[in-house]
Write a protein that binds this ligand. Sequence first.
Ligand SMILES: NC(=O)C1=CN([C@@H]2O[C@H](COP(=O)(O)OP(=O)(O)OC[C@H]3O[C@@H](n4cnc5c(N)ncnc54)[C@H](O)[C@@H]3O)[C@@H](O)[C@H]2O)[C@@H](O)CC1
Ligand SMILES: Nc1ncnc2c1ncn2[C@@H]1O[C@H](COP(=O)(O)OP(=O)(O)O)[C@@H](O)[C@H]1O
Ligand SMILES: [K+]
Length: 551
Amino acid sequence: MTELLSSDQMRAFEKVAISQGAVTGLDLMERAGQGVVDTVLAHWPALSKGAQEALVLCGPGNNGGDGFVIARLLRDAGWAVRVHLWGDPADLPPDAKVNFDRWSEADKVLSLDPESVFTGPRPALFIDAVFGIGLSRPLPDAVAQVLNVAGMKAWKSSHEIKRIAVDCPSGLDLDTGLIPTDMGAVEKAGSAWPATLNTAHLTVTFHAPKLGHYLALGPTLCGELRVVDIGLRGAAREQHMVGHDPDPQRVRLAEPKFCGRHVTRLWLRSAMGKPNLTGHKFNFGHVAVFAGGVGRGGAGRLAARAALRSGAGLVTVICPPAALIENACQLNAIMLRALKPDQPLSDVADHRVSAFCLGPGMGVSDRTRALVGEVLERRAGDHDLDDPVVVLDADALGSFAQDPQRLFDRTHPRVILTPHEGEFERLFPDLSGAARAKMSKVDAVRRAAARAGCIVLLKGGDTVIADPQGGAAVHAASYGREAPWLATAGAGDVLAGLIAGLAAPFNSASLFCVAELAAYLHVEAARRFGPGLIAEDLPEELPKVFRDLGL
Ligand SMILES: NC(=O)C1=CN([C@@H]2O[C@H](COP(=O)(O)OP(=O)(O)OC[C@H]3O[C@@H](n4cnc5c(N)ncnc54)[C@H](O)[C@@H]3O)[C@@H](O)[C@H]2O)[C@@H](O)CC1
Ligand SMILES: Nc1ncnc2c1ncn2[C@@H]1O[C@H](COP(=O)(O)OP(=O)(O)O)[C@@H](O)[C@H]1O
Ligand SMILES: [K+]
């Protein structure tokens, strides 16, 4: 799996490499600029055929320095290049200044403002090297105007211009994936669209992708993302992460995107509990899914179906007695037990139940709260690993909205909470989307997991998973893996069941790894089915996904 870096981590990598004498800042800048040019020409081979017009916008830091390198390399290749700088050349950091001077030996540098930029001819390439990881506040007005959609329209056929972002589209915060605004707040994904910023066709980043490329608005603003190697050390270590618990210091992309197809298979096999086992169904685990009352059992049944399809040996739906007939009419391979209000849980779920799933369709109620409490108290002994896995979703979370601490007092390391943003806000109001200005979704979920003492998976197009030790992963349905049709009623119930089913076999991977895999398979199933998907389709698609992945 690939590591996602914060801005600070990227700076630290650079600092270590330079201080060890492995490389100089100037070398890195040259490789970065060369990497952008090579990537652009490989992406649009037609551009290599004849030199054309390029526009390079440079900023006051090292991102701008990369821009001067790109400008020089294109010029050397015969391109007509115009360079605009925002800021005073005298204030450029040393490496950027060197490259400014190299450019300025033969060509001028124009100022970066709408008049100056848009009065020139329409370029074939529009290169944004204004701000990268150093963005620390909202974009200056002049820069925002040059980068906004309306500005580009100053040119006829502006849609033909290839827009390249160096490291990131300027204005994007690479830690949060958000756009700092003047109000000190943020424009959030799914709310106000950042109408001021144009999206790039291609973003070229260095060494490793950053958090903000994958969170919130990042994927939409970046267009396509390419990572170029600039010779910093440690780039290959993500290979060690497959199937292993996360490193608390790191954030990984729960998708083997940059590692090739065999890694996917390896990951699947190591995370699922059925590799070479010749056991009976109880070796593959028994999942108990609680369903709601009469007319509200669909969500629980969806979760149960996903659990059975994903590898559990047995799945039992537990419902109130009144809902028994309704469920019996709908279930075959899935077993069914009724639980009366005063009946002990052990009557319907013996010690062999290895995973519980509670929440979908159960209703927000005292009864749900009591059942959650009872399941969380069912612990096997001294060793956490012997405890059953407990997936808490939907109403199992909502039932604790008035007093989340009551839930957190009982949760343990084998528990996973799978809220969507609304449920997350009710349990962690101070970490909610509205409260997150400078804090990334990753940091918010890490704090939530530490507070709850269990794994938390916060759903969305950018799903974040964290454990109480700080280990974190992002699963992003983006960059060619979009699945917007997954935002359909019941899809979350399926995910809860999928996690329970994958976690149930006695030799399955850690709950964290299972959650990553579940998020991945969930999106793979949605993508394989395609538009028109409804939640019922997801479990039925899973066998095809497993087959495609070579399981
Ligand atoms: N760290 C590394 O290892 C490498 C970094 N490189 C490039 O260097 C970039 C980072 O350089 P810097 O740290 O200099 O950061 P940036 O070039 O992103 O910007 C920093 C400068 O912009 C100013 N600034 C930030 N936000 C502003 C705002 N809203 N309005 C006005 N001024 C603002 C800061 O005061 C500072 O002068 C990377 O994004 C990348 O493009 C590459 O050369 C390759 C190697
Ligand atoms: N834009 C999107 N791209 C990919 N997946 C998404 C997107 N939006 C939501 N999802 C996924 O859809 C599911 C919706 O779950 P949830 O909100 O709990 O719905 P429900 O409660 O109806 O089941 C989650 O797994 C979430 O990650
Ligand atoms: K940039």
